[in-house]
Design a protein around this ligand. Structure first.
Ligand code: GYE
Length: 329
């Protein structure tokens, strides 16, 4: 019987292989290793639960992550940037494979994004963007063009009021102060209505994207301004809150005051179909499937486009009546 002792060469190869395996196990995110269960771990920091849009967005993300077989670590920041920064730091510590988040405000992210980059964890922005000058701090931004939404709302109003000979008084309910959708929708709307000097924004204040905020600020607007012709609300929820204030003030929403909003969630579409709202610029919250696709690509080291824009439309009252029965959220 002959026994084969391993040659020196074979031992050297085996040792090298063992070392390589050991190294891979240490550097989870470096090597694309997916942890013990082989699943991709995604850390997601959500803004909060401030609106119907946000609830639909959270559902979309949770469902898509489950369908993709990811291990999702989900954190709700309750509309606070400090909570989001904490959550991202936790994700870094836990060595998740990919971090995705919807930044509540635009500014103040460079430090934590740099920490993720140093830890070699790719970051994807979804829904809202950041104003960081260094674009290498994140891989891509998936979301809507908020300036366009504001512009579409303004253009519709310009068309409606083209015969106006006197001043048309507009009040504006802004979204969360410092957030990309509030900044951009305000900008797009203002640019569009500049086409008609009769259209004037006489008051503009944040209602924080919530129904309660919309109601409260609209009450103040109504007290301070005897003649309000138009309300532009940066989302459906604030518009829905404002409806209560308008009705309580003895005015008919959709008739005495023209109401334009953004989002097109089910409750907003219902108000539009009922004639209480007059126009909605759509903003889609169903970002989950596209986001998971990007997570997979980024995890595999594939190149992804720097910006992916959501496809959206607008709704009149008639169009809302048609679309409502099939509206999922
Ligand atoms: O329009 C609003 C939500 O960031 C696009 O946030 C999102 C906005 C959405 O609270 O309803």
């Amino acid at each position: 019987m002959r026994t084969h002792l391993p040659s020196r060469k074979v031992i050297a190869v085996l040792t090298a292989a063992l070392l390589a395996t050991g190294m891979a196990a240490c550097g989870n995110s470096d090597t694309g290793d997916k942890g013990d269960d082989g699943k991709i771990t995604l850390g997601f920091s959500q803004v909060g639960a401030e609106s119907g849009w946000r609830t639909a967005n959270t559902t979309s993300i949770k469902e898509a992550a489950a369908a993709a077989g990811f291990d999702l670590k989900f954190d709700d920041a309750q509309q606070k940037q400090e909570n989001q920064i904490k959550a991202i730091r936790n994700f870094i510590q836990q060595k998740v494979d990919v971090i995705a988040f919807s930044p509540v405000v635009e500014s103040g992210w460079d430090t934590v994004l740099k920490e993720a980059k140093d830890a070699k964890i790719p970051v994807i922005l979804t829904d809202r963007s950041v104003d960081s000058a260094d674009k290498s701090l994140y891989k891509t931004f998936l979301g809507s063009d908020f300036v366009k939404e504001g512009r579409l709302a303004g253009e519709w109003l310009v068309e409606q009021k083209k015969a106006a000979t006197g001043p048309v008084n507009i009040v504006e309910l802004q979204g969360t102060t410092g957030s990309a959708p509030a900044n951009d929708r305000k900008k797009g709307f203002a640019e569009a209505i500049a086409a008609n000097p009769n259209l004037k924004i006489i008051a503009s204040q944040s209602g924080d994207f919530t129904r309660a905020g919309g109601k409260q600020v609209m009450e103040q607007f109504l007290k301070a301004n005897p003649k309000i012709d138009v309300l532009f609300a940066h989302n459906d929820d604030m518009g829905l809150g404002a409806l209560e204030a308008i009705t309580a003030a003895g005015k008919v929403p959709g008739k005495d005051i023209t109401i334009i909003t953004v989002d097109a969630v089910k409750d907003g579409m219902q108000a539009l179909a009922d004639g209480k709202f007059n126009f909605i610029a759509e903003c889609s919250p169903l970002l989950g499937p596209q986001l998971m696709d990007l997570v997979k690509k980024v995890q595999n080291g594939e190149e992804v486009p720097a910006r992916i824009e959501t496809q959206e439309t607008t709704f009149t009252q008639e169009q809302a009546k048609e679309a409502l029965p099939n509206r999922k959220y």
